[in-house]
Every structure is written in C-alpha cells, then in structure tokens.
Design a protein around this ligand. Structure first.
Ligand code: FRU
Length: 479
C-alpha cells in the first residue's frame, strides 16, 4: 500500500468515527437497505458471489455529502440480508485514479477476485482523463491495484467509463459506457484472454444503430447479461427528453432486449424500456449468483437538483442502495421481484381477508408503521380509483378508467406534489416495501416497479386505503 493510500484510508475511517453517532440517530436511517456509514453513496459496484459470500461495493465519498473523489466502500454477506461492513476496497490514491475510483464490476478467475473500475483524473485546466483499471484480491477483502489496463480509444471523449466484465465461451468480454466526439452516448465492447490485455471489438449500441435515433449524450453503467434466452443490454442514458409516461427523471436507466452475435460482435436489439417508474433509481448493476439467479441492485437516487435538499445531509450522509431484486424475463419484458431471502426479516404477521372498500377511507389498527411490507393479493379495482397513502407523505394511485398507476410525493425543493405515472392493463397485485425513508412498490408481480425516497414526519406511521377496491391484505414489520 502506498503512503498516500494509507493516509486516505485513515482519514476516511476518522470521518466515519467522527459522525457515526449522528448518522446512527438519524430517523431517516433505513432498516434493511445498504447505506454509507457517512458521506455520499451512489452506484452499486462489483456485485459478485465470491467463494460463496455475497459482495456489494459502492461508490462512496466519505468526506462530504457531495460527489467527489470516489472510494469503493464494501459490504459482504452470507445471505444478502445481514451485511457486514468490510475495509475500504479502493481509495483514489494513484496518478490514474486520483479524482475517483469510479464505477465498475467484479469477476472471479482461478480463485482470485478481479475488480475493474474507472480511474478518473481531472487536470487543473479542468480536462478529464479516464483510465480503465484493475485491482486483484486473493481473499475478497484486500485489493492490490494493478493500474490501467485499457486506454481511451480514438473517436471518443474522456466520458468513457464503468467497465462491466463477463465470460462467454472461455473468453472475457468488457463493455464500457462512452461518448462519441459528436456527443452521443454509446457502448463499446472489448475482449481478452487473460483479463490484462484487451482488444477493441467496436461499438455495439448507440445512436444510429438498430434504428435508434438520438438517444442521449452519454450512456453510463452498461451491463450485458443473459436472461430467459435473451441478451439484455442495460444502460443509464443521460440527456433523454421527457416523453409522455417516460423519462421524467433527470437521468434514466433501462434496457434493450436483443442478441449479441459473438462472431461478428454485433448486438441486434429492440427498443428501450425503462426499468423503474419512480423518482430515485439509477445506475443499476446485475450479477448471477451461485444458484443461477440474476440479481439487481440499483442506486436509490440520481445525481440531480434534489440532492442538496435531502434532510439527511444535516446528519452527514445521503443515499442508499435498493433492495436486491431477482430478474425474470417474460414476454419481452423484465420482471423484478425482491429476493426470497428478504422474507427472513418479516415479523408480526397480520392477515386481513376480503377487504372491500367502496368510496371510503380505511385504516386498520395493526396496519401502520415505518419499516413495513404489504402484500395485496386478489386485488380488483373495478371502477374508479384506489389510493394508498404512506405516512401522509406519498401515495400510490391507480385509476381504473385510464389504466394509469402513479406514485405521488412531496417535492423536496418546492414542497409541491409531484408524480410519476405509467400504464398497466389492470391492477391485480401490489407488493410494497416501506423503509424509514424509502418506498419500493412492485406492481403485478414485478411488471412495473416504483422506487422513491420520501421523508415523512418520523412520528407518522399511518397507512390509508381509499377509493374502490377488494383485496386480501398481509402485513409484516421488517427488520
Ligand atoms: C453514475 C456515475 C458513473 C461513474 C460514477 C462516479 O452515477 O456517474 O458513470 O462511474 O457515477 O461516481
């Protein structure tokens, strides 16, 4: 370890120590989501099950609740439910990553754990440089930096980052988010035999390919994985204009379903589908675990103008990751559902059968709380609307005439109500996860998901059902 690295680590741990009591006592700290110990968290990185243990790394600025020179924070777990904080995996200490060990991914090879990440460098004149780097570990905890393994190819700006690596037919593949000199977002493919030497295999997606017109000025955090016999390219494009039900957040994330032709290095794909319908979801990454499941984590946030208004800033932390979600592919679409293991944190089961509300406002004595799971099954909204209010701060509204489902909350900046909406053909089931300051709502067994942070009065635990609907209700306290 270099002197600079150990100094940075020491300073980061001091920062954690300095604020740990304040952070712990924040009423908006979450009960079952991964959060930074202090400072700012963004993208999930390096997701892997290595030697049986689950590892989640994350973009982390320990020194403030703003974006800056990122570290890789690290959690590990036997079951994706109970997590342990591990030593910092990467610190921005070297000439090639001094302004941030940016996002990337992990693979195992011959018993070692390889992390690929982007070294971000900003020169004094404001110019950006980018290096794709490798760090290797024998135990999954301590990492040795190997430095850059891939330079910026010609024809692209230094917005070139977020390597995702996988193996197919005994060859390694890497995709990266890139920006062309015409300022268009794109994805580049590279291949390797040994993880150290990489050859360019060209552009596999972006404006002008596969019938895609202008589609944003940069694509971040690409991921390519198999699901249900398809190849899915997941990306986080920046610069899409809002269009009807889509793209209302500042940045988007979603996927193209297609087929990667490994002979010709071409990816034929269909149109883009947004992954999440809520307010706070970005930079998702997937991994395949030992049981073969495809599991996704996202950042429960977006770099946007709302960040400086988060009430947790006063307590020296901001943002969290989503719950782990298992992905399935059905009829052209990705379905997302919370992993089975999360049932282990259920307590105090409440079952209420045959709820029937008719133009009423209904509450149930035992159906209240802050960290709560709700399951609504055999759900029918035959006419009018169903509205569920969460702690007087956000609500889910289904309009059976328009077939629209919306999540509404108070905007942190101006205090006004804001909403995100999508279309569904009918509403048959809801699976809702409330945490102290987050909502994740799975509609119709994962056909759509709404993810959002919200900051209710910490004393308010009300859950109100309103409108016209019949359903069976189950509720658990979580934690
Ligand atoms: C996405 C992103 C990545 C980058 C990282 C830096 O949120 O901008 O493209 O690697 O965050 O923290």
């Amino acid at each position: 370890m270099t002197g600079k690295e150990s100094l940075l680590l020491q300073k980061a741990y001091e920062e954690v120590k300095k604020y740990q009591d304040i952070v712990r006592d924040d009423p908006y700290r979450l009960a079952y989501h991964l959060m930074p110990p202090v400072g700012l968290l963004n993208d999930p990185n390096g997701l892997i099950q290595y030697k049986g243990v689950y590892h989640v790394f994350y973009q982390w600025n320990p020194f403030g609740t703003v974006h800056g020179a990122k570290f890789w924070g690290h959690y590990s777990s036997e079951d994706m439910v109970h997590w342990q904080a591990e030593p910092i995996a990467l610190a921005p200490s070297e000439w090639y990553d001094q302004n941030g060990c940016y996002s990337g991914s992990a693979v195992e090879w011959k018993g070692k754990l390889y992390l690929f990440y982007t070294g971000n460098v900003k020169r004094e004149n404001g110019e950006r440089e980018t290096y794709q780097c490798l760090a290797v570990s024998e135990d999954g905890i301590h990492f040795e930096k190997h430095g850059p393994i891939l330079q910026l190819p010609e024809g692209y700006t230094p917005h070139f980052r977020d390597p995702k690596v996988w193996k197919e037919n005994n060859r390694w593949y890497m995709i990266l988010g890139a920006q062309t000199l015409e300022l268009k977002g794109t994805v580049l493919l590279f291949t390797s035999d040994d993880l150290y030497n990489w050859q360019a295999a060209g552009k596999i997606a972006g404006a002008g390919m596969n019938g895609l017109e202008d589609f944003g000025y940069m694509w971040e955090c690409p991921d390519l994985f198999k699901l249900g016999g398809k190849d899915i390219l997941m990306v986080s494009p920046q610069g899409l204009q809002p269009s009807r039900y889509c793209y209302h957040n500042l940045f988007q994330s979603g996927y193209f379903v297609g087929k990667l032709d490994y002979e010709n290095m071409q990816f034929n794909h269909e149109s883009f589908t947004e992954l999440d319908r809520g307010f706070d979801f970005y930079a998702p990454q997937t991994f395949t675990d030992d049981s073969g499941r495809t599991i996704l984590y996202g950042w429960m946030g977006i770099t946007d103008e709302m960040e400086p208004y988060h009430p947790t800033l006063a307590n020296h932390w901001v943002h969290a990751l989503t719950m782990p979600r298992e992905l399935k592919y059905k009829e052209g679409k990705i379905y997302q559902n919370p992993i089975e293991e999360l049932k282990r944190i259920r307590n105090d089961e409440v079952i209420i059968q045959n709820v029937n509300i008719k133009e009423q406002r209904m509450t149930f004595e035992e159906v209240t709380g802050k960290a709560v799971e709700l399951v609504m099954e055999a759900l029918k909204v035959e006419e009018g609307k169903l509205q569920i209010s969460f702690r007087s701060e956000a609500s889910l509204i289904y309009d059976s005439d328009k077939k629209e489902i919306s999540l509404q909350r108070r905007n942190l900046k101006n205090g006004l109500q804001e909403k995100r909406t999508c279309l569904i053909s009918s509403l048959t089931a809801l699976h809702i996860f409330m945490d102290h300051s987050s909502l994740e709502i799975f509609v119709n067994d994962g056909e759509e998901v709404f993810t959002a942070r919200y900051f209710p009065n910490p004393l308010d635990e009300t859950i109100v059902f309103q409108g016209n609907a019949c359903f069976n209700l189950k509720k658990w306290n979580l934690g």
